[in-house]
Design a protein around this ligand. Structure first.
Ligand SMILES: [Zn+2]
Length: 172
């Protein structure tokens, strides 16, 4: 004991306690971060980093792309349409039809309601049904009940909210 003055021991002990606590806090932060990422509960700053400004405007600010300008408006290749925000599978190419409205249109969705949330939207002096990705909350477009096919539904979706995947395993 005489070799090591008491204050040195005290210093070492406090330093160890502090570094231990830091480690605990770090682990906790990592866990919270992980949980947030799986739920896609990202901060707006994080969304800005992962999305293009156009995608951010539509998905996070509920914007609408100009009609007849979207990448997928006239696309009818076989595949899957996923959410551009989180990759959740939303529509198949079998559900897509030409509605002549200027936006990609679908008459049904993958997952029987589990993938897409419907919210009453009273903006712009209209009563509409907004559709959002159930996983990440990204704005997709609107749902109308004037579809020409058997379902009677028309999911009017922004191309910017979607990502086409050349996956034919789920397509007829
Ligand atoms: Zn999503």
């Amino acid at each position: 004991m005489q070799k090591y003055p008491l204050y040195l021991l005290f210093f070492c002990a406090s330093w160890m306690t502090i570094s231990c606590q830091n480690k605990k806090t770090e682990n906790k932060t990592d866990k919270v971060k992980e949980a947030m990422e799986t739920k896609q509960n990202k901060s707006e700053e994080e969304w800005k980093k992962t999305l293009t400004p156009e995608q951010y405007y539509v998905l996070r600010e509920k914007g609408t792309e100009r009609p007849h300008t979207g990448e997928y408006n006239l696309k009818f290749d076989k595949g899957i349409y996923t959410c551009a925000g989180c990759g959740s599978e939303l529509f198949t190419s079998d559900q897509k039809f030409e509605s002549h409205c200027g936006w990609p249109s679908f008459d049904n969705e993958i997952g029987e309601g589990s993938k897409i949330k419907k919210i009453k939207d009273f903006s712009h002096g209209m009563i509409r049904t907004e559709i959002v990705c159930a996983n990440c909350g990204g704005h997709l477009g609107h749902l109308f009940d004037d579809g020409p096919t058997k379902s009677g539904l028309r999911y009017c979706v922004n191309s910017l909210s979607l990502q086409f995947k050349n996956d034919t395993t789920k397509v007829k």
